[in-house]
Ligand binder design. Structure first.
Ligand code: 5GP
Ligand code: MG
Length: 175
């Protein structure tokens, strides 16, 4: 079993500051027309981030990519769903995920969107974990960077729980 850290790792205020900086950086560096968010973990991040791109033409789409069961370890196997009617042919896509951990999800999804005909795919993650990278991939835009640890809150879950919490917390093994 796991318990929450005593203090948030990132407070709601720190997250909002970071999302604003990230939004401004993306707006300066990448002219895109479609945001593709990966459900479910990125739904809060996408909703905050997208409001820094006040261009009426930008579309927001969500697809689901699961590699996690109800545990804190990646299964490594990617299952893509909700993408049946995804129309991104010729589009310049900003792919948004919550966490870059082993990199298998982001690598798989960049390839998936390219195969669907996207003209360009650049990626953005709320948080990257440096310690456990397996795939040779970097996100183009990164919010927070931590060494390791399992985090929840601000859309991130553990077995479906913790998503509605405004701060980001670390889950620690119960001793
Ligand atoms: P990767 O394929 O890079 O190993 O894992 C990426 C996916 O695993 C993310 O989209 C995220 O859903 C999930 N994930 C990885 N680390 C964490 C974490 O610390 N907390 C939560 N809640 N999900 C994580
Ligand atoms: Mg995910």
């Amino acid at each position: 079993m796991y318990k929450m850290s005593l203090m948030p790792l990132f407070t709601a205020e720190a997250i909002q500051e970071m999302v604003q900086l990230l939004g401004e950086k993306i707006a300066r560096n990448y002219k895109f027309d479609t945001i593709v968010g990966l459900l479910t973990g990125s739904f809060v991040f996408v909703s905050d981030l997208c409001r820094h791109f006040p261009d009426p033409k930008i579309k927001v789409l969500f697809i689901k990519a699961s590699s996690y069961g109800d545990s804190t370890e990646s299964s490594g196997k990617l299952d893509v769903s909700l993408a049946k009617d995804l129309d991104i042919s010729g589009k310049k896509v900003l792919l948004v995920d919550d966490i870059l951990d082993t990199g298998l999800t982001l690598q798989g999804m960049v390839k998936f969107l390219q195969e669907k005909g996207a003209a360009e795919v650049r990626s953005c993650v709320l948080l990257e974990k440096r310690a456990r990278r397996k795939a040779d991939i970097k996100a183009d835009f990164v919010g927070f960077s931590i060494e390791d640890g399992f985090v929840v809150g601000y859309g991130l879950d553990c077995a479906g729980e913790y998503r509605t919490m405004p701060d980001i917390w670390t889950l620690e093994p119960e001793t």
